[in-house]
Design a protein around this ligand. Structure first.
Ligand SMILES: Cc1ncc(COP(=O)(O)O)c(C=O)c1O
Length: 419
């Protein structure tokens, strides 16, 4: 039970709710790294086989990831960005083709689109879930649209049924960006198993971490074969000899990374379970507070809580979201305002169209003049203004959740307009 009693806020000189740090994904306190990873690493060093085609850990990680998702293939790569690049490259699109993407995501979703000379087209999001709004996606489809990248932001699922039927109706490929979404599910179907191909990240902060790393997952044999070649400079090793079949890069994962990844993937179910318990308890504790809008999860969806995206209702508070987040920070709660702060396209190189020399390519291609404006994605802008990110990780205890709820409670009640 949340008490209604008000105490002076730390920003006004009161006692902070929490004086010791929370477990964080930035170090061991919020991660599950331990003896399993160390044992694997020792084996790699002892064997002297650091290259993936000499050792076994990268392959083991691939097998475990594919089997966890009940998919035919997983191909490990060197980062989540490399995974998106590889996934899109398998689709064999033409320069200037359009790919629909959301404006709330990491640059790792967008840069590979441009690196393939494809044109990112931004659809608006559903303000409640921060994921692609299928209606807006439909509005953005042109005769050049070839793919949609569905980003399951923070671990919440895009509306995949609708996106899949939109993609099917227009013969467009559907790529899932699961960098933030391991074992999320929509009516029992796991993230990464619904589209044509999916990308995962193993960067420091992710549910499964090896510092950096990534993987693509698909059950399509041809896409998997192309992915395996793309991440290996286009080399078709299965054929024997040295034949470069397609234009590829070196995005191979090495065995040191694979050793950690292979140990980590075996822990991911526990990681996600623990995050779900913390997020459920947090939502129950703060949902009725003035100003607080707990994350919306569609019926049938299982969130995996990469972070806890709370929306702030300023109509109920004398604080705006930025002020509320600052007040929570003063209480010792590591809240942050706005995630990426602005739509991803509102960054200098994209606004100034600095890609390949002075060419403005691919935007300037075919006489199209694609301009990215905040007013074209109003729900994205509103959501970012209201968004307060509360960190969650697998090592949160019930006390951590209670303290976080108490920090939110203090700020919400003190800021409340109806008292
Ligand atoms: C949604 C999303 N896509 C792609 C990426 C890129 O992953 P990486 O940092 O591993 O390259 C990230 C990383 O944060 C991400 O959050």
């Amino acid at each position: 039970m949340i008490s209604k009693q008000k105490t002076p806020l730390a920003i006004d000189g009161g006692e902070p709710v929490r004086k010791r740090p929370f477990p964080t994904i930035n170090d061991a306190s919020g991660r599950t790294l331990g003896s399993e990873e160390l044992d694997n690493l020792r084996q790699v060093i002892d064997s002297g086989k650091l290259f993936r085609f000499a050792g076994n850990f990268v392959s083991e990680f691939e097998r475990d990831l594919a089997s966890l998702l009940n998919m035919k293939h997983a191909v490990a790569v060197s980062s989540g960005t490399a995974a998106i690049h590889t996934a899109l490259a398998t689709l064999n699109l033409n320069p200037g083709d359009e790919v629909i993407v959301p404006p709330i995501t990491d640059m790792g979703t967008i840069a590979p689109v441009l690196a393939l000379n494809l044109v990112p087209v931004f659809a608006d999001v559903d303000e409640r879930t921060l994921t692609l709004d299928p209606e807006s996606v439909t509005e953005r489809i042109t005769e050049r649209t070839r793919a949609i990248v569905a980003v399951h932001l923070a671990g919440n699922m895009c509306d995949m049924d609708v996106l899949k039927s939109v993609a099917g109706a227009h013969s467009i490929r559907l790529v899932e960006d699961c960098a933030q979404a391991y074992l999320s599910a929509d009516n029992g179907r796991l993230s990464g198993t619904i589209g044509d191909i999916a990308a995962f990240s193993l960067q420091q902060s992710k549910h499964v971490t090896a510092g950096d790393g990534g993987a693509v997952v698909t059950s399509d044999d041809d896409l998997a074969r192309r992915a395996a070649m793309f991440m290996d400079k286009g080399w078709d090793r299965a054929r024997g000899g040295r034949h470069y079949i397609l234009l590829g890069l070196n995005y191979r994962m090495n065995e040191l990374t694979g050793a950690v990844a292979a140990a980590q993937i075996k822990k991911v179910e526990g990681v996600v379970q623990s995050r779900r318990e913390s997020a459920t308890a947090l939502s129950a504790a703060i949902r009725d507070l003035p100003g607080v809008v707990v994350p919306y999860v569609r019926p049938g969806v299982q969130h995996s809580w990469w972070f806890y995206p709370m929306l702030w209702d300023q109509a109920q508070s004398r604080f705006n979201a930025q002020e509320a987040a600052a007040a929570m920070q003063a209480e010792g709660i590591p809240a942050s305002y706005g995630y990426i702060g602005k739509p991803i396209f509102d960054n200098p190189f994209m606004q100034e169209r600095k890609t390949y020399g002075d060419s403005t390519y691919p935007w300037g291609s075919d006489g199209r003049d694609i301009i990215y404006r905040n007013e074209d994605v109003p729900r994205t802008c509103r959501a970012l203004e209201r968004l307060i990110v509360l960190p969650i990780n697998e090592n949160f205890t019930a006390q951590d959740v209670a303290d976080m709820a108490e920090g939110v409670r203090k700020v919400a009640l003190t800021g409340s307009l109806d008292s």
